[in-house]
Structures are given as C-alpha cells and as structure tokens.
Design a protein around this ligand. Sequence first.
Ligand code: PLP
Length: 392
Amino acid sequence: MLTTVAAFDRIGEENAFAVLARATTLAAQGRDIINLGIGQPDFRTPEHIVEAAVKALKDGQHGYTPSVGIQPLREAVARDLHKRFDVEVDPGLVMIMPGGKVTMYAAILLFGEPGAEILYPDPGFPIYRSMIEYTGATPIPVPIREENGFAFSAEETLALITPKTRLLIINSPANPTGGVTPKAEIDKLVKGLADHPHVALMSDEIYDQFLFDGERHQTLLAYPEIRDRLILLNGWSKTYAMTGWRLGYSIWPQALYDKVRKLSVNAWSCVNAATQYAGIAALEGPQEPVAAMLAEFDKRRRLVVEGLNALPGVTCAKPKGAFYAFPNVSRTGWTSAKALASALLEDAGVATIGGPDFGVHGEGYIRLSYANSAENIARALERMGAFLSERK
Ligand code: PLP
C-alpha cells in the first residue's frame, strides 16, 4: 500500500452524502425537497435500545472497552447468528466495529496492494471501489445485471478470478439494486471457490433482514469449507435504525483476527461503551419494532415499484431485498442517469442517486431509497411523472 498523499487522492466518496448536503441546502433555501437519496431508515431507534444506552451512561460506562468489543456483546452476536441461521460462531472471532463500513476498510487494507486484484460488485456500494483504489490494488468489477435479477452470477464471478485475485466482495441483499442472490447461485460460487484457495471472501450482509416476498437470507457463514477465508460484515445500522450510532460487527478467520485487532488498537481503540450496551439490547430485546419497520418497508416497496412502472420510459423490477428500487431509466430520453438524478433534484425537488455513482454498470439506472413516508413517496412519484413528461 502507498501511504502517500497520492494514495489519498485516489480515495473516492459516497455521492449519497453529497446529494444529502445539496438537498439540505435547497431545503434551507425554502424548497420543498423529498429525499429518496439517502440509505438510512427513517425510523427512530427503538426506545428500549435508547434506554439501554442511557442506563449504561448513568451506570458509569464512560471508559475505553476492549478494542474488539465487550464480551457480552460479542457473545450476543454469536447467539443471534446461531438463532437466526443455525450457525456456530466463536465469540472470540467476533469484532465490534464503529459501523459496518469499518469492516470493509479493514478487509480491503489487509488484501489490497499494487499488483493485487480485488473483485467487487458493480453496481455496488461505492466505498468498495474507493478503498481498493486507495490501496493501489486493481479493482475488478463483477457486473450485476438486471436480466439476472440483480443477483451475482457464480459463473461470471468465478471467470474473473486470476492468480492475482486476493479478495472477492459479495453483497446480498444488495445496495443499490435490492437484488438478492439465490442460495443455488451461492452454493455454486462456494463450490467454484474450492478451485481458488488463494481468494479470500468478504460477504457484506448488512441488509440480511431486509427481505421480501418470502425470501430467506443465505449467509456465507453456513459454508464450513470457506470459514477459514471468510470475513463477514454486518451491523446494527439498518436493522435497528441505528446509522448514527456507528455500531457494526465482523466475523474473521482465526488467522486474520489478531491483525485486525491491532489495526483497531491503532486506529479507533473501541466503539463507545454505551453504544455497545445498546447493541446488546437490540439483539436480545423485543424484535417487534424490526418486524413493524420491515412491514412498512414492504408496503412502500410495492408503492414505489408500481409508481415507477407507470412513469414514461421507466421500468422497475421488484426488488427482493434492502430498501432500494433501481429503476431502468434508459428509455426516458435521458442518456446520462446522473444528469437525470441531478435535474430531478434541482428542478423537481426529488433527491435520488444516479446509477453511475455505484459503478459503470449503473448507467441507465437511478437509485431511490424508499426510506421515506408513503405520502412523500407518492408525492415524489407524481413530481417525477410530471417532470419526465415535460423534459425528455
Ligand atoms: N454495506 C452496505 C452495502 C451499505 O449500503 C452500507 C451503508 O449504506 C454499509 C455497508 C455501511 O453501514 P454502516 O452505516 O454500518 O457503516
């Protein structure tokens, strides 16, 4: 890795934050902006979780914790994974992180260097590519295609592996497409990876509870044959509406765990103690608030998809997961999806993200987060309809 100013110049950004800033500026100027840009639940963190943090603070939990996280939280993570997926996880391999993002940062730092190749989904979460470029490694996009239900194709992914490949990043349910990779395809991928023992895997499962139409999550933890090279990313941000708390976790192979522990000691020391106690309350407390939030997301998903398909030139496949719709806008008359997203914000007051912000294969699409009220979604669709009828 090149720890130079030039390397920092290669770091990219998450355009969702820039869109949020612009939307906030326009709103401050008195414009009525409907934000379908940002990827965070519009729900409050459930009350019992907030109370657990307040209690921890009042009880005097004000100091550093072990860098890998407090033991009861690591045990709660292992229990939760066992309960939901019937998988065995050693709490000693669980690392508590300040958000899910930090796991990808650590994983990519571990494997990225000039000459190495790292495979990542395109369109996909933009930080994958940004961090790969920072390390000097070569980013190799794995195309995620609409005609394939926005799922990974095991065959296409495996065909991109070379002797230089060090890490494969997968994400299901996926941002920005809402795609879910079926179990059969994951089975095939894992089977194929047996021929490539030099490739590590990072599975970003942060949306693992955001599944609709009876879909079930297939965790990569369920495959013992790859556990010695699997990094699992997950966290509280989305499931418990805790994006601003900065709480995530990862499961590491034994051989990597201590390396990442040292990085954490050097870089962030630990997650603040009160938040970690809130994390225990989230996993072990009532899950009804999660179910209620998911039911609401499902309603909005139907509304968004139906509304989008009624817009001129727009088609939208029904996403099976996450809380995003990724409509195809290539027949609207707009050849640049980024220009369309920008015009929608400036002229129609609807914030979305252009597909190319998620990779080259995102051209022709925009991302709408349906983390907004049904009423606002309906208003946004109306505005988009009027805009697209006038401006081609
Ligand atoms: N992974 C994916 C696919 C995401 O969409 C996000 C957030 O948008 C993250 C990871 C990061 O989550 P966190 O807020 O916990 O860092």
